[in-house]
Design a protein around this ligand. Sequence first.
Ligand SMILES: O=C(O)C(=O)C[C@@H](O)[C@H](O)CO
Ligand SMILES: [Mg+2]
Length: 382
Amino acid sequence: MKITRITTYRVPPRWMFLKIETDEGIVGWGEPVLEGRAKTVEAAVHEMSEYLIGQDPARINDLWQVLYRAGFYRGGGILMSAIAGIDQALWDIKGKALGVPVYQLLGGLVRDRVKTYSWVGGDRPADIIRDIQARVDVGFDTFKMNGCEELAVIDNSRAIDAAVRKVAEIREAFGNKIEFGLDFHGRVTAPMARVLIKELEPYRPLFIEEPVLAEQAEYYPKLAAQTHIPLAAGERMYSRFEFKNVLAAGGLSILQPDLSHAGGITECMKIASMAEAYDVALAPHCPLGPIALAACLQVDFVSWNAFIQEQSMGIHYNKGGEVLDYVLNKADFALENGHIKPFTKPGLGVELDEALIIERSKNAPDWRNPLWRHADGSVAEW
Ligand SMILES: O=C(O)C(=O)C[C@@H](O)[C@H](O)CO
Ligand SMILES: [Mg+2]
């Protein structure tokens, strides 16, 4: 079998789908995207296609190493997202060629269903109680929300109290019938993380995500030493070589590699195994579309230390497009009390509405996250 063509489709709300065609008629799909940099990743995918056209798609490991090493420069969000989507599509082809779901090629199921969580609240969580109740009513019991609004490098007690009050209200309304992760979203500096985590300790969030920015990873063990709350990170780390350093230094209880940013299934399987060796849990990051989610689930189905999966149905970013819009086999993505069952179809398990993808790609928005500024005019972390 030989790869014959690579096509990319940027689609609403902010995703990009990749189609790899072969001379035997089998097609694989992937989702190479870095939110807000879709066009840059698209250029990277097409630059990399020079290494792929005419090649045997079955040689996923060799193609992955070529894409990672052949260009001399490596790593980072753009290149590793391009590789991620290509890798997903190659696994999709291999599963379809052999007539089995990808997880069968990775050693088979380690669990019968995967627990997911739902985002609630938006960039500035308001009406959070109402949002949670709406999802509790349909069976969810685990959620994630932004842990705070923008914070200054050193902020005041009012800002800290506002963040803590929201969490206190959630616990007051729902007790321990629900769990929630708090995503600091990189908005919190190391000094403020110490203060905010201390004040949040009594409310026992399930985890605190990106307690500091990935470039401040040396603070993970220091922050972990002051709290019992599990710390999580990973969406802005792009290869096993970055996760290696974080695992060796300690501090993270949960790794959140993004299957569309960290090199795809091939790379994230290695990251999952490394995490297990350090007794660290896996919770793949996925605020993206259906192909990214399917790739995450294939890894969750075979990774013992995977404990929960992010999915973006109803997330505040999905304006103009929802996860299942492009999916024909919607029933396979059914959530029963927040859990999803293993896919049965070959490959990644997603059957796509290609006509709709092509149609919506004709005027896809070039999504950007907002540029926030503090009251003094300085740039704020969004
Ligand atoms: O889902 C998460 O955990 C996020 O932090 C969302 C963030 O990754 C946005 O997708 C960036 O545009
Ligand atoms: Mg996050």
